[in-house]
Design a binder for this molecule. Structure first.
Ligand SMILES: [Zn+2]
Length: 149
């Protein structure tokens, strides 16, 4: 027979309250991030979608690269221990890893093209808005090919 005294009833209420609070917090956090997303989407939704896709492709290849490298490590160790006939597999993995590396670099370039970095004043290093033609602090002309930093 279960007897609930006042104290355990209070504890249960606190637990329930905590649960509701957590859910409420999650809902508001979700709403917040939705709001932020909507604001950015107002600008260029297709670029955002594309960037997200590219980043997924990058992380997919990065994971593949990690797998390749760890497999290569195993193969090298097996060779060291005297196992033979692994050269073809090592070669295949080396080539595939290099291809992945190239692809990752290309994907990063695509992301950078979609998300141009705001310019930094070459003279006083002030971070400027993306559309700035002149530095608003020192008046230096900002050229479009101004390297960042
Ligand atoms: Zn400046």
């Amino acid at each position: 027979m279960l007897i609930l005294n006042d104290q355990s009833m209070k504890n249960m209420n606190i637990l329930r309250g905590g649960g509701i609070l957590t859910i409420f917090k999650k809902v508001t956090e979700g709403a917040k991030s939705l709001g932020e997303g909507a604001r950015t989407i107002g600008k260029k939704s297709s670029d955002l979608v594309e960037t997200t896709k590219l980043k997924m492709e990058i992380s997919k290849r990065e994971k593949e690269m990690e797998n390749n490298l760890s497999a290569l490590g195993n193969l090298v160790f097996m060779q060291y221990k005297g196992e033979e006939g692994l050269e073809d597999e090592v070669d295949r993995l080396l080539q595939s890893t290099r291809e992945l590396e190239t692809e990752i670099a290309e994907l990063h370039e695509q992301v950078a093209r979609l998300n141009p970095k705001p310019p930094t004043c070459p003279s006083c290093k002030t971070q400027l808005p993306l559309v700035a033609k002149f530095c608003y602090i020192c008046g230096t002309k900002i050229t479009s090919d101004n390297p960042e930093g």
